[in-house]
Design a protein around this ligand. Structure first.
Ligand SMILES: C[S@@+](CC[C@H](N)C(=O)[O-])C[C@H]1O[C@@H](n2cnc3c(N)ncnc32)[C@H](O)[C@@H]1O
Length: 297
């Protein structure tokens, strides 16, 4: 007698309905999560699910899908289950060694590009994780250069990126290779192991959550050293603000992403460290997100 449990065949729509209700209490985007994970298990686009809702995926696919739903129910981010995350209209590989890049961080990328358009020069991304910021900036300038017929409108920008995590840097390098982005990577504790040079723009999305932040339990699958900093989440930001002034060219800019309630603190840190033209910019949800300051000397 065959004791292998048999799964009742289920259509795409039935699988999505069951999975969405299973994720209802865990995720704000239960149906979307289920669609992304089923499309991933099927190795198809989401449009396939809408086109063929009555089709029954093979048992092995349905089983794989339901296992991923169970992991999602335990809080594993969708990006870790699919191994990819879209950022700046590109697909980045991510693993549990890298933070999942957030849409909020595209605000920092846009500000960096605006700044480099005004003051081109070498740019450094500190705490690069999967490389999302550095690679997005590099690709933007590679695209401009490729499309330019007039050399004066598209200056090549030299992009460097650093992280203290070896596994994160390996993923960042892999992303740069697969996305064909020209970025130099360094293993460095902030500025300590970087080449002796100065930068026109330093950008960073450093760890900025307080060790007591109420969101931490729901972020337990992401690396703690990418999220949490001492001193109410400000320790790494302060470290970067103080060190960056020795690594910036004259009139160069430091640009730091931070929590929505940290704008005033970051501006104060920059003021005390002697930066000028300090301002905080908001993200698409109008929350304080990025603070910029210039170093004149
Ligand atoms: C909030 S994550 C940002 C990742 C990525 N830049 C992004 O925006 O998605 C912070 C990153 O800083 C790195 N990091 C933490 N401490 C560091 C240090 N002392 N020196 C360099 N990088 C560090 C972490 O490994 C992590 O990749």
């Amino acid at each position: 007698m065959n004791n292998t449990p048999t799964r009742k065949p289920a259509s795409i729509e039935q699988l999505l309905t069951v999975a969405s209700s299973q994720l209802h209490n865990t995720s704000d985007s239960a149906r979307l999560d289920a669609e992304v994970l089923l499309a991933h298990a099927l190795e198809r686009d989401r449009s396939y699910l809408y086109t063929w809702p009555e089709r029954e995926p093979p048992t092995a696919v349905a089983t794989r899908f339901l296992q991923s739903i169970e992991q999602r129910e335990h809080g594993v981010p969708v990006a870790y289950l699919t191994g990819t995350k879209e950022f700046w209209s590109m697909r980045f590989r991510v693993t549990s060694d890298t933070l999942v890049p957030r849409a909020d961080t595209e605000t920092l990328v846009q500000l960096a590009i605006d700044q480099l358009n005004l003051y081109p020069g070498p740019v450094l991304d500190l705490g690069t994780g999967c490389g999302a910021i550095a690679i997005s900036i590099a690709k933007e300038y590679q695209r401009l250069t490729d499309n330019s017929t007039d050399n004066s409108t598209a200056m090549p920008v030299e992009v460097s990126a650093a992280d203290a995590s070896v596994p994160a840097l390996n993923i960042a390098r892999e992303n740069a290779r697969s996305l064909n982005a020209n970025v130099s990577f360094y293993l460095s504790n902030w500025f300590t192991h970087l080449p002796r040079k100065k930068w026109q723009l330093v950008v960073s999305n450093p760890p900025y959550l307080s060790p007591h932040d109420k969101h931490l339990p729901s972020l337990k699958h992401e690396p703690r050293n990418a999220l949490v900093a001492a001193d109410n989440g400000l320790a790494d930001i302060e470290n970067i603000v103080l060190a960056a002034k020795y690594h910036l060219l004259t009139n160069a800019t430091l640009m730091i992403e931070h929590g929505e309630e940290q704008g005033w603190s970051v501006r104060t840190l920059m003021q005390r460290a002697g930066y000028h033209s300090i301002r905080t910019e908001t993200d698409i949800a109008s929350r304080d997100r990025v603070t910029l300051g210039q170093m004149h000397e």
